[in-house]
Write a protein that binds this ligand. Structure first.
Ligand code: CIZ
Ligand code: SF4
Length: 303
């Protein structure tokens, strides 16, 4: 099928199923083009909770569709590619976390939204890359067990030095592999460009950047900045919105390695199949869902 035909089929099926399509900032351009809304995982999950539709097609990775289901238990949440996972989220399991918690009985457990619903169910409060610093500041205890991203955790530790942050050794394979030599080379090539990076990058990259933020914060920064050139240190999918919304500005990817293979599994064809066959439905154990929801609600109360 040609692209236009697939899009037409998707739009018809969307109507028939009373569905909405949401796409993460890291999805391929074709999928972002067909989506009703594009955003980060939390913004999309909140949108899904409020939208008056029966079916949500969540174009992203597994933990994101789970977050949508946590907040929208009565809607059908579909993940078009069931193998689209997040290797970082998989670096912590509920069982391993329960063992680690025993070693730090006085610590508050803060978990990055990039974690499974099961892991969230064992945490006190969630955070995103937008609000991690504020969430950690708001926690009363000095000791904080931060899971699973050690790079985001290190960034937060630097910003909130009065807390004792116990790191988990997880990381995003895509952001973690960026090397300082790549950043230096990019700056040599574009000396006037501002460097905007995600806190999932390693501390040396974060320290050398002009701005550190989540996908939404990077997108907002570029839109509001008087600067015209930017080196982007997060997954390449954000270039879609950056270029679409800022035709007078130039964007350069910090490294060709900034591609998340799991985010790229979802295509227009997968969205079409998902709506046609109602695949793959995300369901959660109700006890887990309620406990995970508590961690998300605790975050939403503060941010
Ligand atoms: O929370 C998200 O959507 C992720 C994984 C990244 C970001 O910075 O938006
Ligand atoms: Fe996970 Fe990294 Fe891919 Fe985000 S970019 S989904 S953190 S592997």
């Amino acid at each position: 099928m040609k692209k236009e035909e697939i899009v037409k089929e998707i739009l018809e099926l969307k109507k028939k199923r009373n569905a909405v399509i949401v796409a993460h900032n890291y999805q391929v351009d074709d999928v972002q083009e067909v989506a009703d809304v594009i955003g980060d995982s939390l913004a999309l999950s909140k949108y899904c909770a409020d939208v008056k539709k029966d079916v949500i097609v969540f174009c992203g990775v597994h933990f994101m569709a789970e977050s949508a289901k946590i907040l929208s238990p009565d809607k059908i949440v579909l993940l078009p590619e069931i193998d689209a996972g997040c290797p970082m989220a998989d670096m912590v399991t509920k069982e391993a976390l329960i063992e680690e918690k025993k070693k730090h009985p006085n610590a508050t457990v803060v978990c990055y939204i990039n974690s499974s619903a099961e892991v969230k169910s064992e945490c006190d409060i969630c955070c995103t890359s937008s609000n991690a610093v504020n969430i950690v500041r708001s926690v009363k205890s000095k000791d904080i067990l931060f899971v699973p991203d050690m790079n985001l955790g290190s960034y937060v530790a630097k910003m909130v030095p009065d807390k004792n942050i116990i790191l988990w050794e997880g990381y995003c394979i895509t952001h973690h592999r960026i090397k300082i030599s790549e950043l230096e080379r990019a700056k040599e090539l574009r000396p006037n460009a501002k460097v905007l990076v995600h806190p999932e990058c390693q501390p040396d990259i974060v320290a050398a950047a002009d701005f550190v933020g989540s996908t939404k914060q990077i997108i907002d920064y570029a839109a509001n900045s008087p600067d015209k050139e930017f080196i982007i240190g997060t997954e390449m999918g954000v270039l879609f919105k950056l270029k679409r919304d800022n035709p007078d500005k130039s964007f350069y990817l910090l490294s060709q390695g900034l591609v998340c293979p799991n985010m790229k599994k979802t295509s227009l064809l997968s969205v079409y199949r998902s709506l046609k066959e109602m695949n793959y439905e995300i369901n959660l154990d109700e006890t887990i869902r309620l406990k995970a929801k508590k961690a998300l609600d605790n975050m939403l109360e503060i941010s």
